[in-house]
Design a protein around this ligand. Sequence first.
Ligand SMILES: *Cc1c(COP(=O)(O)O)cnc(C)c1O
Length: 354
Amino acid sequence: MKRHNFSAGPCILPQEVFKEASEAILDFNNSGLSILEISHRSKDFVDVMEEARSLALELLGLEGKGYKALFLQGGASTQFMMVPYNLLKNKAAYLNTGTWSTKAIKEAKFFGDVSEVASSADKDFKYIPKGFFIPSDVDYFHCTSNNTIYGTQIKEFPNTPKPIVCDMSSDIFSREMDFSKFDLIYAGAQKNMGPAGTTLVVIKEDLVGKVERPIPSMMDYHVHLNKASMFNTPAVYAVYVSMLTMRWLKENGGMAGIEEQNQKKADLMYSEIDINPLFEGYAHKEFRSNMNATFTLLNDDLKETFDTMLKETGVNGLNGHRSVGGYRASMYNAMPLESVQILVDIMDELERRA
Ligand SMILES: *Cc1c(COP(=O)(O)O)cnc(C)c1O
């Protein structure tokens, strides 16, 4: 049975990528060797790493603008610590829009003062605060562009002369934007870019080297920049598959092309949520995420029927995060519009049966 994978992460990747990635396990570049067994210092792999780094900058429109891309390990969660380790001298400003921001704030507090400039915790993270003030004495401002769990997304980023650090784990490479407004972008691969195991860090080179504290090598952006993301053995396969996904993105219209697709999917999904009286959206309309649509089924008695219909149609991964409940349709880049249509058809059918 064909499956429609709405999982929030690890998530769907393009079929073409799965195919090429699987072939490379048996024979990489006609070398007679598996990608899993070659040296990470071999030319074949160094080429992969270099292509991945340059594709990341190219897709974000940051080539030649003083940025470098790194593929590190430890997930986005390690960036919660690495960012303040490397950038926080005295005080940093954080916008709290959900679970991931909250975790980032907790880690930053190990390194200095944190000014929580605004929080949407008062309304269960259903919206993105606006019009907040970023103090002038902070070293940087940190935000989370897409809140995977609550299904909200920042549509307009604040203007500030301070460096902006952004956790883009769940909407990296999903929309067109002037990415040069950010000084550091990080994203765990497994939401929209590749398999679990590597984290993309795009960093403006002049941002590092400003704190006095000693930094252990593995935590030091400077060390990774100097070694071109090869200070130690990188997550070879995760970087390779991410590189294939970035190639796919480039061949399919880049950020403008994928944004158009993602908008169509989100419009289809949310129009059903709004029109169908059995369902209710979780996030406030203005801040709805184009990646993760969160919603609830208003009549609990229909849950079993709905879940059975989903199962019978091959819909996978629709359960909401355990902290929110309800349903969550994650519509990452590789999700075809047809899969969203199938989910919408099931929701329609449930309304007819109810
Ligand atoms: C999943 C997620 C994280 C955590 O990523 P790990 O790679 O598991 O550490 C951080 N931020 C956001 C926005 C996420 O969606």
